[in-house]
Design a binder for this molecule. Structure first.
Ligand code: TXA
Ligand code: MG
Length: 349
């Protein structure tokens, strides 16, 4: 156990000294959690093997799951990647800083603990003033997975990081809630046609404007003998403690099933949590949180992970979640809900 230093940053300019302190810790090989526009990251100097190894230990993360390297500016890309194709350059120009991670050929300086032994490296420039100030000040590329215990919902608020990692990491930089709320879109640039490995903060529609031929993510279980292109995809993820049932299908059929199942579980004496796509009055004794995803998938994205954690904190025993249309950030939200549900997906009609 170490004492986790809590560092509040409201304005990276005014709080320059605090940023310096966090940056020094990174330079010394310590673990520092910090906010990005997507979720909080758990950062370590990407060029320091021991520091990166400590991330795996703190998170309880499988060793073959590689990490995203965060940089402050385009000119640092050469330190991380062997080559940058003209197409990768176009995407970086269009979407960085922002929630797009590019999987590119790894440069020589990149350690195999960062890439999980792959020949590629995932890299992005985050669009958050605190993250950018910290990266600039540290002056090294920073490897950072989401700052949750492996398998738990990603942290979108500083208190989520403390819930999972207090006493395991040197410092937490609190920069307030993360605006996007789901992780970055991971785009594999290594094949002939770029492919989305994980849908995220940059929507498929936005990518298609620049890259009409982009391959959409492939959901669903792996075929026998198939290796996941992105190692992180094979694990059950984003999971609250209670089992989560995801109800998909037509709006009215989903709502009918939600009410029916909620009553049934209530009769069994279970505390039920509802994650709805549109307003709904809680059935007696249940906890209903409306994510508003039917009208505004971006709102659902920003609320989702905090809502899953709230369900746990309230001692909910079973969660029923309504699916939302897979448009805009709805694609990323549904990907996370399906991962949290595992096998428990109910098609309603
Ligand atoms: O928004 C985000 O992406 C956040 C913030 C902190 O930047 N980070 C994040 O990291 O979500 P993490 O480690 O939780 O997810 C990284 C994903 C994993 O699914 C991993 O398998 C994949 O990116 N990945 C990393 N390196 C890869 C590579 N070389 N090839 C394919 N997939 C890779
Ligand atoms: Mg993660």
């Amino acid at each position: 156990m170490t004492k986790t230093l809590y560092l509040k940053v409201t304005d990276p300019q005014k709080d320059r000294e605090t940023i310096r302190r966090a940056a020094r810790l990174l330079q010394e090989g310590a673990l520092v959690a910090f906010p990005t526009e997507t979720v909080y990251g758990l950062g370590a100097n990407a060029l320091d093997r021991q520091a990166v190894e400590a991330i795996y230990a703190a998170k309880g993360r499988p060793l073959d799951n590689p990490m995203i390297v965060h940089i402050a500016a385009l000119k640092e890309l050469g330190r991380v990647c062997r080559t940058v194709s003209p197409l990768a350059r176009t995407l970086a120009d269009r979407f960085w800083p922002g929630p797009l991670t590019l999987v590119l050929p790894a440069g020589n300086a990149i350690l195999s603990v960062v890439t999980g032994g792959l020949a590629t490296v995932a890299v992005r420039i985050p669009d958050h003033p605190v993250a950018l100030a910290l990266l600039q000040e540290a002056g090294v590329p920073v490897a950072a997975p989401s700052a949750n215990r492996s398998g738990r919902p990603s942290p979108t608020r500083a208190e989520h990081v403390l819930e999972d990692l207090e006493g395991q990491i040197a410092a937490l930089v609190d920069g307030g809630p993360c605006p996007v709320g789901v992780e970055s879109t991971v785009l594999d640039m290594s094949g002939p046609v770029p492919r989305i490995l994980r849908p995220g903060g940059v929507s498929l529609e936005a990518l298609r404007e620049v890259l009409p031929e982009v391959m959409p993510p492939r959901d669903g279980p792996l075929l026998r003998g198939e290796t996941p292109a992105s190692p992180g995809m094979k694990y059950r993820h984003y999971a609250p403690r209670a089992p989560l049932y995801l109800l998909e299908g037509k709006e009215q059929a989903v709502r009918r099933e939600l009410i029916r199942l909620c009553r049934r579980y209530r009769l069994q004496g279970l505390k039920v949590g509802l994650l709805t796509a549109a307003p709904f009055e809680a059935v007696d004794g249940s906890l209903a949180l409306d994510l508003g995803g039917r009208k505004d998938p971006g709102a659902a994205a920003s609320l989702l992970f905090a809502a899953l954690r709230q369900m746990d904190a309230a001692g909910v025993e079973v969660i029923l979640a309504e699916g939302i249309p897979e448009e805009g950030l709805g694609l990323a939200v549904m990907n996370r809900l399906r991962k949290a549900a595992g096998e428990n997906i109910l098609l309603c009609d």
